[in-house]
Design a protein around this ligand. Sequence first.
Ligand SMILES: C[S@@+](CC[C@H](N)C(=O)[O-])C[C@H]1O[C@@H](n2cnc3c(N)ncnc32)[C@H](O)[C@@H]1O
Length: 322
Amino acid sequence: MQMKFLKKSNQSMQTIICQHCQRNTGHQLSTLPKVYRPSSVNTAKNIQTIICQQATKLSTTNYTRQMSSTINPEELQKFRLLSQKWWDSRGDFAVLRAMNSLRIPLVRDGLKHTGIASLKATLGPKPLDGLKILDVGCGGGLLCEPLARLGAIVTGIDPLQENIEVAKQHSAQDPQISGQITYLVSSVEEQVQNQPSYYDAVVASEVVEHVDNVEVFISSAVDLVKKGGSLFFTTVNRTWLSYVLAICIAEWGLRIVPRGTHEWSKFIPPVNLKEQLESKNCHIQLLHGMCYNPVTRKWSWITDSSVNYALHAVKLNETHTT
Ligand SMILES: C[S@@+](CC[C@H](N)C(=O)[O-])C[C@H]1O[C@@H](n2cnc3c(N)ncnc32)[C@H](O)[C@@H]1O
C-alpha cells in the first residue's frame, strides 16, 4: 500500500496528515530541512509533494519499508521539476523520445523471437496484440503509447503523480489506444505484491540508474514476469567513458540532457545487471551498446556497451543449475 501525505490546508497548522489513515504523522513543516520548505505560498502544490517524500522518509513506522524501497526522493525531485516537459519535441526528453527508434523494435522483435507473441499477430500491424507489458518508471508515457499502438495491453507505473497525470492526459488524446494503457502511481515493489508472474514483459528503460536498492528493483521486476516472459532494460554503464560522455559532455557541455540528471555512482555495469538476472533464473538473450549522435539526433546500435546499453533477458521455465 502506498502511503501519501497531505499538508493540512490551514497554513498556520502546517501539520502533515497521512492521506490513507487521516492521522497526524507527527511531522511539522518547521521541523523539515530548509530545502523541503516552501519559499512562497505559490509553490505550495509542489512543496506538498516534496513534504510527502520527506515525511515518508522520516516516518519511523515506515522505516522497514524504506529500507527495501527502490524510491530515492532526491532522484524523484529531479523528475518532478521536469514533469511538464515529457512531450516537448525539442525539450529535455527529446533524447529519450529519439531512443524509441531502438527500444520499440528491441521489445517488438524480442517478444517475437521468444515466441511469446503469437505468430499470427507478428505478421500483422499489431505484432504485440494482447501481450501484457509493464513499463516501470514510465514517466510521461513515451514508451507506453507506441507499445500500445503495436497492440500491447500496457500498464505504466511511476512513483511520481505528476508524471502519471501528464501520461494520462497525453494518451487520452489518441483514440487509437483508448483503453489499452493503465497508468498507476506505483513502484515495482508495490506491484509485485498484487500481480506476481502476471506480465508477458517488463520494460525498465533509463530507470535503473535512478533507483535505490537496485537488487530489490531487479528482483521485483523478474517476479512480475511470467515464466517464458521477457525483461528489457536500457541504462548506463559505470565507466570513465560514461562519466565523460553521459555526464560531462551530455549534461554540462552540450546540455542535451538536463544538468544533474545522473549520478555516476548509480550507473550499473552490464555484468552486475546480468549477474542479478541470472541469479533470478533469467537467461540473457541480448546485450547491445547504444550510441546517440547529437548532430543527427539519432540513436544507433553499436557493439561497445561501455556507455549506454540495452539488455533483453528471458525468465526461464525451469530452474537451471550450472
Ligand atoms: C529517465 S526517466 C525515464 C522515463 C521513461 N522510462 C522513458 O524512457 O521515457 C526515469 C523515470 O524513472 C522514474 N523513477 C525514479 N525512481 C523510480 C523507481 N524507484 N521506480 C520506478 N520508477 C522510478 C522517474 O520518475 C522517471 O519518470
